[in-house]
Design a protein. Structure first.
Length: 199
């Protein structure tokens, strides 16, 4: 089967996360509509990847694809499932290489996570799987209790960088729609700047 021109021209975003970071909710935030399933009952459901098409997400003519990938630090995952997850992630990268590669890696984390686990996930995707072939940005979720969401980054950036977690952009966010104003600002931060600017 030949490649579709729209697939070749697509912007491919790969999102990976630490457990509990609310990646599905983040995708809904980016899309500004409910296109994924969320909830605690889905803890073991993402051992491969799911593709979401978001055409004209950024008001241009190029299709945007978001790939929701495995979460590999889930303590419930058995060793054989872990290695299968890594294999599936590698297969996704090879598949995307056939369609123009990966435009952006988005590392979705939850506030107050153990930096050791964050570092191991970062190194796996950034250094091992992608070998620094794609830019990486970070989105920090679960910040609805912060008076000023962006201040979380100012208070934690040094700790992340000390753990060798270096990103080209970031956004601090809440994915709770009940937080109307913070949700709106979070959507703007994730979709416009600084996370997707320039990619």
């Amino acid at each position: 089967m030949g490649k579709n021109k729209s697939d070749i021209r697509a912007k491919n975003i790969v999102i990976f996360r630490a457990m509990g970071a609310g990646k599905s909710s983040l995708i809904n935030l980016i899309a500004d509509q409910n296109i994924t399933k969320t909830g605690s009952k889905l803890k073991r459901c993402t051992l491969t990847w799911t593709k979401y098409e978001l055409p004209k997400l950024f008001d241009d003519e190029m299709q945007c694809n978001i790939f929701d990938t495995v979460r590999i630090d889930n303590p419930e995952i058995e060793p054989d499932e872990y290695y299968r997850s890594i294999k599936n992630a590698s297969r996704l990268l090879r598949k995307l290489d056939e369609y123009g590669g990966t435009s952006l890696l988005v590392y979705c984390i939850q506030k107050c996570r153990d930096t050791g686990a964050l570092q191991s996930n970062y190194q796996l995707f950034r250094e091992v799987l992608y070998q620094r072939r794609a830019p990486i940005v970070m989105v920090v979720t679960c910040l609805e209790e912060e008076a000023v969401i962006e201040e979380w980054w100012a208070g934690n950036r040094t700790s992340l960088e000390a753990s060798q977690i270096i990103v080209e952009g970031h956004a601090c966010a809440t994915t709770l729609k009940a937080e109307d104003e913070k949700y709106r600002k979070s959507r703007e931060a994730v979709r416009v700047t600084p996370v997707f600017a320039g990619w």
